[in-house]
Design a protein around this ligand. Structure first.
Ligand SMILES: [Zn+2]
Length: 750
């Protein structure tokens, strides 16, 4: 019979219980046993929730304390040499993720085109693997003890090797497939021995442009793994299989999962290619967005697959793991009923899957209530006047010049005359520590325990204090610290029309860090200035240049749940216009340096290269739209982090920011090679302090990094700064690190 299935559930808990326990453990407030107990409780609760929703195939091993790719490194024994002496498994695990006093953390990068970050596996020449199956086995048995026979989830070997980084020159990680296959085969045998009938093996690289080597690695791996024991569901998501359809459909496994939300057009090709004995799992409920599924549309796909395959070869599932969805819409008491009726979180998505499965098994009448409610919500959504605003659409349709008044060199001269900064100018990326006091004051203000005047006075005091600290340390371009901001996207979304906010719509970003993406449901506009009050106040307290801080349109788009009833490019343009107005208002208020952060520009890149140009065109244009309304002597900065920029350098240059600061320290300045090789024309601040690690960098280390940068980039183009905002760090390490940073800049000038 057709089965309802899930591919993965959010880990952190409705109230971010996991985050809180982890952070307490890291601080030493609770021990490992207490952390494990919280995690075990969450797993039990989530398995039960899925069971109660009517899901027949429930995953295990989708839980990870920090990241499932890090878990895979542990699973196959790929421990970087600098960590091998750590014997305690928890210390080893979190040490690899976060770094230790003796060893820097492993690199982190985005999981495909999501805002989830994974820990990049590190592989060496002569790499060996050794199975450590403790976690998948324990979690499988844990669920079984609760009466739930789960389908364990693992990251497949080709995806693992494809995402891994070769730490030795000349090593191609895919060459390690022969060593890796026996480890996976052993794992599958052990899972089968424990009772697992099926294993979900995620190979999302199948939706990318694959090399011949990757293709042959797939054939080799699955020839062995297909007969290792349990039935395998080969899972693909985030895109279409396209030219990999034949490969994916014919690998010797028992089932294939495809994403029909991102790539509905691939159904017919997959149905045609699928051999007669295979199960197809159709991902028809969006695992990555929060819109309610149109059950009629989704059922159309189910029916087409059923026509071809019959009932015994069909599974109905979300498009991908629900990891990227918030947990439960029910508790969202701040959203009005109309808006709520358009949404679905993980729990509601599971109900949709159950309703579709029921309708397939017993006819649509059996799920009439769910289908009727879905149809009513879809009709109401389409007709709602809250979504379409004629004035916004009209302005967006106007032609607006995207170029600055003059070219970069002419602007640079005017900016140098205006600001008179030393060589190797120092600055920070914007935010300063969001301490317990800052969070408590915000919470008290939100709860009404602190009035607006009191909160404002608190923020003024924090801002002034931060300015004095920056002056004392000797930074050249100051920031106000962003104490009034909760989140770099939410803060803007809250002040823009067309956005809505959830109370508990948390989604994991990396490790214990969660974000609460705004919901962009309607046309976007800016009713009034958003940041001028705090930037102008901060500027009034100091003679040094104050940098205004904004989040760019592409990043606001990328880190929100975006409406699907118009192209993303159109929504982004509307946001770009709102940011443009803010930039102009900051300039009018005397703020001469304005940073428009675009850390998410790279992650918005389509997964297939053939789609890149179209995306980069509109994304770069939206940035330029936001930045081009100012005079030449206003200096526009941008900031980007955690991405490979090498392949999009021309687009970054086309953004034409006067200064770009980039994350580089964690990947040892490799990114700078790209800037050097490309001869990046404008100014660059390579991050010399990895702020995601609690380690205070030495002055000497930072000098070494800057010397390395200066080898290829003219010194008069270089800035010195941390690699990201400082909101997650504590004041003592921030002060110590910035003192070292300023001293490094002084040494460089000398
Ligand atoms: Zn950053």
């Amino acid at each position: 019979m057709t089965r309802s299935a899930n591919l993965g559930f959010p880990r952190v808990g409705l109230h971010r219980e996991l985050k809180k326990a982890q952070e307490s453990y890291w601080k030493g407030d609770i021990d490992a046993a207490a952390l494990h107990a919280v995690a075990k409780d969450l797993r039990a609760r989530h398995w039960k929730l899925q069971q109660d929703a009517g899901i027949e195939v429930i995953p295990s091993n989708d839980f990870a304390y920090y990241d499932h790719v890090l878990d895979t490194s542990i699973l196959v024994g790929a421990i970087p040499p600098r960590f091998v002496d750590i014997t305690d498994p928890d210390q080893l695990y979190f040490g690899m993720a976060r770094g230790t006093a003796a060893a820097p953390a492993m690199e982190m990068t985005k999981w495909f085109d999501t805002n989830y970050h994974f820990i990049v596996p590190e592989l060496h020449e002569g790499q060996t693997f050794a199975l450590n199956a403790a976690k998948p086995l324990a979690h499988y048995n844990e669920a079984k003890a609760l009466g739930i026979d789960t389908r364990p989830v693992i990251v497949g070997p080709v995806t693992f090797l494809s995402l891994a980084k070769a730490k030795d020159e000349g090593l191609d990680t895919l060459d390690l497939i022969d060593q890796l296959i026996p480890v996976y085969a052993d794992l599958l045998r052990q899972l089968a021995a424990a009772g697992a009938q099926w294993v979900q093996i995620d190979e999302p690289v199948l939706v990318l442009d694959l090399s011949d080597k990757q293709k042959s690695a797939f054939k080799k791996a699955y020839a062995a793994l297909g007969k290792a024991g349990p039935k395998l569901l080969l899972t693909t998501y985030f895109g279409a299989l396209l030219d990999n359809t034949e490969l994916a459909a014919t690998l010797p496994v028992a089932g294939l999962h495809i994403d029909l939300v991102r790539a509905p057009e691939q159904l017919d090709a997959v149905l045609a290619a699928l051999p007669g004995d295979k199960v197809l799992s159709v991902g028809v409920v969006d695992g990555r967005n929060i819109w309610r599924t149109n059950l009629d549309t989704a059922f159309g796909f189910v029916a087409r697959a059923w026509d071809k395959l019959g009932p015994d070869r069909l599974e109905i599932a979300p498009s991908c793991s629900l990891l990227h969805s918030p947990v439960d819409l029910d508790g969202e008491t701040n959203l009005d009923a109309e808006l709520k009726s358009w949404l679905a979180f993980a729990k509601q998505k599971l109900n949709e899957i159950a309703a579709l499965t029921l309708a397939q098994k017993q006819g649509r009448g059996a799920a009439k209530l769910a289908f009727d409610a879905s149809a009513a919500a879809a009709a109401a959504h389409k007709a709602s006047p809250r979504i379409h605003k004629a004035a916004v659409k009209a302005r967006s349709a106007e032609a607006i010049k995207l170029d600055r008044i003059s070219g970069f060199l002419a602007r640079r001269d005017k900016q140098r005359a205006r600001f008179n900064l030393p060589s190797y100018p120092t600055t920070t990326i914007g935010s300063f520590p969001q301490t317990k006091e800052v969070r408590e004051a915000r919470a008290a203000f939100k709860k009404g325990l602190l009035d607006a005047t009191g909160y404002d006075a608190f923020l003024e005091k924090e801002t002034e204090n931060t300015i004095r600290i920056q002056e004392e340390i000797g930074l050249d371009v100051l920031v106000h610290g962003e104490f009034e901001r909760n989140d770099m996207v939410e803060y803007f979304g809250e002040q823009l029309d067309g956005f809505a906010f959830t109370k508990n719509g948390w989604v994991q970003s990396y490790g214990s860090r969660c974000v609460k993406p705004p919901v962009i449901f309607g046309d976007v506009s800016r009713p009034s200035a958003m940041t001028v009050r705090w930037s102008a106040f901060a500027a009034s307290l100091t003679d040094r240049p104050m940098k205004g801080m904004l989040t760019g349109p592409v990043t606001i788009l990328q880190w929100s749940f975006v409406r699907v009833d118009q192209p993303r490019s159109e929504t982004c343009r509307q946001i770009g216009l709102a940011i443009r107005d803010e930039v102009v208002d900051l300039e009018k208020a005397g703020i001469g340096i304005i940073q428009i952060d675009e850390p998410a520009l790279r992650e918005g890149l389509p997964l297939r290269q053939r789609d890149w140009d179209a995306y980069l065109r509109w994304a770069v244009d939206c940035f330029r739209l936001s930045a081009s309304g100012v005079e030449d002597d206003t200096q526009i900065h941008t900031h980007m982090c955690y991405a490979e920029f090498n392949d999009i350098m021309p687009a970054i240059a086309e953004m034409d920011a006067d200064v770009i600061s980039i994350e580089t320290s964690r990947s040892a300045m490799e990114l700078l090679e790209a800037f050097r090789d490309f001869k990046y024309p404008n100014e660059i601040g390579p991050g010399v302090w990895d702020i995601h690690s609690p380690r205070v960098p030495d002055q000497a280390d930072m000098e070494v990094l800057m010397h390395k940068a200066a080898e290829g980039i003219p010194a008069d183009q270089l800035w010195v700064n941390p690699d990201c905002g400082l909101k997650t760090r504590g004041w003592p390490e921030v002060k110590a690190s910035l003192v070292n940073l300023v001293n490094a800049a002084k040494a460089l000038r000398a």
